[in-house]
Unconditional design. Structure first.
Length: 431
């Protein structure tokens, strides 16, 4: 077989003799949509041996493979223990995906793959340059999830201000129901409602200053007010006892069992909690409340962003195959399968049209539409260790009652300053 015979008609020149090694995160979104795309890949390249692995801990499973120089061809770098994408990009461990975005779509060759995606996908995959190191597959809207049936049964309404929230939590406590629960073992879930709360109080510039590691950014009054408000939930006993020790599954189960009104989460929770969600629960989501009438942004402001980051490692045996599988995954057929089976939206434009969405996803879609341009998407992926391990951990300590808001913010500011001053950490900035 000569060189021309071994190269396929793929825009990336996939070697028809090469296998394909795919690793995905074993989480709430599932992997059926990937398996279906692999079947189409197999049909196009009958000789390719496909290895598909789903793992719950990406870092533990993949860091040794990166260290050995034997990473997979395509990696879904997602989950609570994902690898830091910014660090992988900075170390040269990833393949630039701009050729994928410029390639013809598998749906319509008159369009490039990039032209079939919603705005913001390429930008989220950049880390300080023009290269695109990650392609995010899901579009997630974050908020406070609740049972419409539970609220209606008690005659309660979703809160729009923090006073409304405290009043509702007090009413719930009188009925033996906690106001909140959350994955205490993974306190970064709290950031998905806390950060838009900060933006509502002080405006989006407060978050940009935090992301830019500006001196004293965590001392802004809006940040202090937001931390004090969240601490008040715990101090007044409105958080389900034992929450700091719960993981995401246990906290979601407590919530679907009606032990708490609200849980901060993303659009995948409907699929992830399906096994414990009782009939008639009518899952729904609301934006986090604002503080009061003096807020800088409206109540409908939410954190909404692209996520589920797929990367093609530079040292993969077949990076061309990894990009080709991604191209097949970015068809409307794959995207619709994803929405049907994962109860989540995708970054493929118009893919949800004609899909019968479950109640939670329909609620999230309506919430995102109502938010319009009033969305924030903090770049917590720029400094993943700082954000997921240090900042989130200190927020968790505050909510567990082991730190005051002032102490938590002092330690967070100190950690942010240390990151800003560390010359070994690549820096990123909003213009």
């Amino acid at each position: 077989m000569n060189e021309l015979e071994t190269r396929s008609g793929s825009p990336f020149g996939v070697d028809v003799r090469a296998g394909l090694d795919v690793v995905v995160f074993d989480g709430g979104l599932g992997d059926r949509y990937v398996v279906e795309a692999e079947a189409r890949y197999q049909a196009a390249f009958p000789g390719a041996e496909i290895t598909h692995t789903a793992v719950p801990d990406i870092r533990a499973a993949l860091q040794p493979r990166f260290d050995r120089g034997t990473p997979p061809d395509l990696l879904d770098n997602t989950g609570p223990d994902s690898l830091p994408t910014a660090a992988l990009a900075a170390s040269g461990a990833l393949t630039d995906l701009r050729p994928l975005l410029a390639a013809p779509s598998a749906d319509d060759p008159a369009l490039t793959v990039g032209e079939t995606l919603i705005d913001g996908v390429a930008q989220k995959g950049r880390f300080g340059g023009e290269e695109v190191w990650a392609l995010n597959y899901a579009y997630s809207a974050f908020g406070l999830w609740y049972s419409e049936e539970l609220l209606e049964r008690h005659g309660w309404s979703t809160p729009k201000t923090w006073d409304d929230m405290l009043s509702l939590c007090e009413a719930a406590r009188r009925e033996g129901i906690a106001g909140w629960t959350y994955p205490g073992k993974y306190p970064f879930y709290l950031q998905w409602t806390l950060y838009p709360f900060i933006a509502k109080i002080g405006g989006p510039g407060v978050l940009k200053a935090i992301e830019n590691l500006e001196p004293q950014a965590w001392r802004h009054p809006a940040v202090q007010q937001a931390f004090e408000a969240y601490h008040e939930l715990a101090a007044k006993g409105y958080v389900l006892p034992g929450t700091p020790e719960l993981d995401h599954t246990a906290s979601q189960t407590a919530w679907t069992e009606g032990k708490a009104l609200f849980i901060p989460n993303g659009t995948w929770v409907e699929k992830e909690a399906a096994a414990t969600t009782p009939p008639g629960f009518r899952m729904a989501v609301t934006p986090p409340p604002g503080l009061d009438s003096g807020d800088a942004m409206p109540f409908g402001t939410i954190w909404a962003q692209v996520g589920e980051a797929y990367v093609v490692p530079r040292d993969a045996a077949s990076p061309e195959g990894g990009m080709e599988l991604l191209r097949l995954m970015l068809t409307k057929e794959s995207a619709r399968s994803f929405s049907r089976t994962s109860s989540s939206l995708t970054t493929v434009r118009g893919a949800a049209e004609g899909v019968d969405l479950p109640p939670g996803l329909a609620s999230a879609s309506a919430m995102a539409a109502a938010a319009g341009s009033h969305t924030v998407a903090p770049r917590t992926d720029w400094y993943q260790t700082l954000n997921r391990e240090v900042i989130a951990g200190l927020i968790g300590e505050m909510m567990a009652g082991r730190l005051t808001p002032a102490d938590a913010l002092t330690r967070i500011q100190r950690a942010a300053d240390a990151t800003a001053q560390d010359p070994t950490i690549p820096k990123y900035r909003h213009p």
